[in-house]
Design a protein around this ligand. Sequence first.
Ligand code: SF4
Length: 234
Amino acid sequence: MQPPEDITARRLNARFGAAPAEAALAVALDRYEGRIALVSSFGAEAAVLLHMLSRIDPSVPVLLLDTRLLFPETLAYQQELSAHLGLRQVRRITPDERADPDRSLHRRDSTACCALRKVAPLQAALKGFDAVITGRKRFQTGQRAAMARFEHDGMRLKINPLADWTAQQIAAYFETYALPRHPLVAQGFPLIGCAPCTSRVADGEESRAGRWRGEARQECGIHFGPDGKVERAG
Ligand code: SF4
């Protein structure tokens, strides 16, 4: 499963690291045809990358981690947006809940909850894929500030087409293509994850303040940094 030497992250960054996001996405889709998937939260900003994908190849698998603790609005938005964009292969990935049948683990140990409901199901779902596309951006967290557009994630290539995008570019893209908004954005949720771990953000707060409020963490553990360590730090 190791990517061939001529398509390593280093070489792709050298050639396409500063290219338009759509171009970087198209290159990855072409080179990894049939072996690539996009992971989407169907959250506040997800429509941008999904729209780009739909314009290139709407049949590429899109994986939504349905932790069973998502907002019902997210599941409804997934249906609406998928239909709007003509996405043909949206797969809801669900956890094995036997270790947390009453769904209370997040109150005692949120890291273990993310491991059960996100990390393990995603690792299983990505078997058979050699490359994965994410919507992560550098401005989102300090941990992502130096994130490359193409990076290795274990044996897999990870593509972050929007790595260098700003919040203003995201907003402008929504306007340009009149993309539907997640319904919770208008209710004060600039970032949207699981319901128990997402709260409204007050005026003047950073957008990420609403995730895992009160905890010193900004990542759920499904992403790995360039050093191969799980991204968790605040
Ligand atoms: S974000 Fe919260 S509820 Fe969702 S998997 Fe992680 S700890 Fe559990």
